[in-house]
Design a protein around this ligand. Structure first.
Ligand code: AMP
Length: 282
């Protein structure tokens, strides 16, 4: 596996692969890999000839007071794990090379970023959309894989690729969970033992909502009330949002149907966790 640091070198590599007729797969990440990341890499590798994994903790998608400086990093371990998954390139640029002096462009996706994480994290999706646009262009990706764990992010990327006529297929990967149901996340490493137990309330909320919906309770505000009650019964939790949305448009849903996804953001102490899932699983 080749480690590429400079955007210009990434572009040159991609150009060479294209000339040789290779299809390039990209998995954009912020590192500190877990089985979720590895599963995305496996999917991208199986769909293409060459796999590029990008590792970039993107400063522009963190707000003031968020965890950019504290975000977990372990380059050596990540590098070994990506190589073991068969990555051809680990693209790990420096901040100054991605955003050199004078950088002034923002890719901003409207409407679908107005609620959920977009409402709580001002500017977050501008940062995501801008960096992903750069990563897609630099890597020459024919296919890029994103996790459904960040469901709104996946919708934003699909929108920008369609709107900007980019020639890349965007593939979603289901959420990879720990044995007890907690969605894997690099941020889980912030949790102490008690918080780790509390964190399960997100997945439990999803299970609870599915059980209630299966029993015929389809009113979104009633379900949200029950979930809130369950979450706040745990010490040290603060609900950021409990939302029911149509997964095709991310528009709020009043009544649950087969397109409805529950999306949650909850703080466990200072750690912000998200989860989501369809409610009527057939
Ligand atoms: P991150 O490094 O957290 O920015 O994540 C990089 C990619 O991995 C994103 O597309 C995430 O949605 C995806 N991802 C992170 N955690 C999971 C998970 N538990 N299951 C599936 N995909 C995930």
């Amino acid at each position: 596996m080749e480690v590429i640091r400079l955007p210009a070198d990434m572009k040159a590599w991609a150009k060479e692969q294209k000339a040789a007729g290779k299809r390039i797969g990209l998995v954009p990440t912020m590192g500190f890999f877990h089985a979720g990341h590895l599963s995305l890499m496996r999917l991208a590798a199986s769909a293409t000839d060459k796999l590029v994994v990008s590792l970039f903790v993107n400063p522009t998608q963190f707000g003031p007071g968020e965890d950019f400086a504290a975000y977990p990093r372990n380059f050596d371990q990540d590098s070994r794990m990506a190589a073991a998954e068969g990555a051809d390139v680990l693209f790990a640029p420096a901040d100054r090379d991605m955003y050199p002096e004078g950088f002034a462009t923002v890719v901003s996706v409207k409407n679908i970023t107005n609620h959920l994480c977009g409402a709580c994290r001002s500017g977050h999706f501008d940062g995501v959309a801008t960096v992903v646009t750069k990563l897609l262009l630099l890597s020459g990706a024919d296919c890029a894989v994103f996790g459904e764990k960040d469901f709104q992010q996946l919708a934003v990327i699909r929108r920008l690729v369609a709107d900007l006529n980019m020639d890349v297929s965007i593939v979603g990967h289901p959420i990879v969970r720990e044995a007890d149901g907690l969605a894997m996340s690099s941020r889980n490493s912030y949790l102490n033992e008690a918080q780790r137990r509390t964190a399960l309330c997100l997945y439990e909320s999803l299970v609870l909502a599915r059980q209630q919906a299966a029993a015929g309770i389809l009113d979104a505000s009633e379900l949200a009330g029950r979930i809130r009650e369950h979450i706040v019964s745990h010490d040290g939790t603060a609900v950021e949002y409990i939302s029911f949305v149509d997964q095709r448009t991310l528009a709020p849903a009043d009544q649950v149907d087969e397109h409805t996804r529950l999306a949650l953001a909850v703080r466990i102490g200072k750690v912000r966790l998200i989860d989501n899932g369809l409610l009527l699983v057939r």
